[in-house]
Unconditional design. Structure first.
Length: 244
C-alpha cells in the first residue's frame, strides 16, 4: 500500500519535490471519448482529436504504478445532466460547433452523463475502488465532492494529468493550489489540440518558482515511485511550497 512507501524526491521543474506517497493521489482529468475520439465534442469544435493520443501511454504507465502501490486514483469526467439544468446557457451557446452540448451525436448526446461519449476511454477505464468525479465545469473541485474525497484520505499532494493542458488541467491545478494542495503535473501525460497551448500551459504552472505547482515527465514520477519501494533516501530536497 502507498502508506508503506518511503518518501522520495521527484525530479521536477522548477525544482525537485519530496513526495510522501501515502498522502498523494493521482488525478486523471477528462480522458473521455467525447474529447479523445472522432465524433465527439472535441471534433465538433473543429479540433484534430489525434493530437491528444500522445497522453494515453504515459498516463497508463503511471496509473499502473499507482494501482500496484495502492495510491488513491481519481478520474474526472466533464458533462451535464440530461435536462441540462447544470449547463449555463453561456456555455451551451458559445462558439459555432457543428454539434452543441446536448445534441445527438455518433456516441449519444454530446457531453451528457450516461452517454457513451461521456465515458472514459477503454485504455484508462476505472477499476473498482477508484473514484469517478462527474463535474459540470472545467475545474474538478467546482460543484463536486473531490475536496471532501481528498480530505477523507488526508491527501496533500496531487499528480495531475489529462486533457486539455490549458483548460481543464490548468483550471483544476489552480483550484487545487488555492485549496493548499501541492500539484505535480505530468507533462507527457497531458495534451492539447494546440501544441503551443500545451507548452505554454505547462510553463504557466511552473513559472515564478512554481506559482501553481511543479511539472515532471512520467519517467521521473515512475522512477520516484520505484525508489520509494526500497530503502529510504538519506536526504530529501523538499520544495517548500510556492504552490502551497
Amino acid at each position: 500500500m502507498a502508506d508503506s512507501l518511503h518518501t522520495t524526491t521527484v525530479l521536477a521543474e522548477p525544482g525537485p519535490i519530496a513526495v510522501e506517497w501515502g498522502t498523494t493521489a493521482l488525478v486523471i482529468i477528462d480522458m473521455q471519448r467525447d474529447f479523445m475520439e472522432p465524433g465527439g465534442f472535441g471534433e465538433t469544435l473543429g479540433n484534430d482529436v489525434s493530437q491528444l493520443a500522445s497522453a494515453v501511454a504515459p498516463i497508463a504507465a503511471v496509473l499502473k504504478a499507482a494501482r500496484e502501490t495502492g495510491m488513491m486514483v481519481v478520474h474526472t469526467r466533464e458533462g451535464h445532466l440530461p435536462d441540462l439544468s447544470d449547463a449555463p446557457p453561456a456555455k451551451i451557446e458559445r462558439g459555432a460547433p457543428s454539434l452543441r452540448i446536448g445534441d445527438p451525436g455518433p456516441m449519444g448526446r454530446i457531453l451528457i452523463r450516461g452517454e457513451a461519449g461521456h465515458d472514459i476511454i477503454p485504455a484508462l477505464y476505472p477499476v473498482e475502488g477508484e473514484i469517478v468525479i462527474d463535474k459540470p465545469g472545467k475545474g474538478a473541485f467546482y460543484a463536486t465532492t473531490l475536496g471532501a474525497d481528498l480530505k477523507a484520505r488526508d491527501i496533500d499532494t496531487l499528480l495531475v494529468c489529462g486533457v486539455t493542458t490549458e483548460v481543464c488541467v490548468n483550471t483544476t491545478v489552480r483550484e487545487a493550489n488555492d485549496r493548499g494542495y501541492r500539484c505535480i503535473v505530468i507533462a507527457d501525460g497531458c495534451a492539447s489540440y494546440f501544441p503551443e497551448f500545451h507548452e505554454m500551459g505547462l510553463k504557466m504552472i511552473k513559472a515564478q518558482g512554481g506559482i501553481f505547482g511543479w511539472v515532471a515527465d512520467s519517467a521521473a514520477i515512475l522512477d520516484a515511485i520505484t525508489r520509494s519501494e526500497h530503502a529510504p533516501e538519506t536526504s530529501n530536497k523538499l520544495a517548500a511550497g510556492a504552490s502551497r
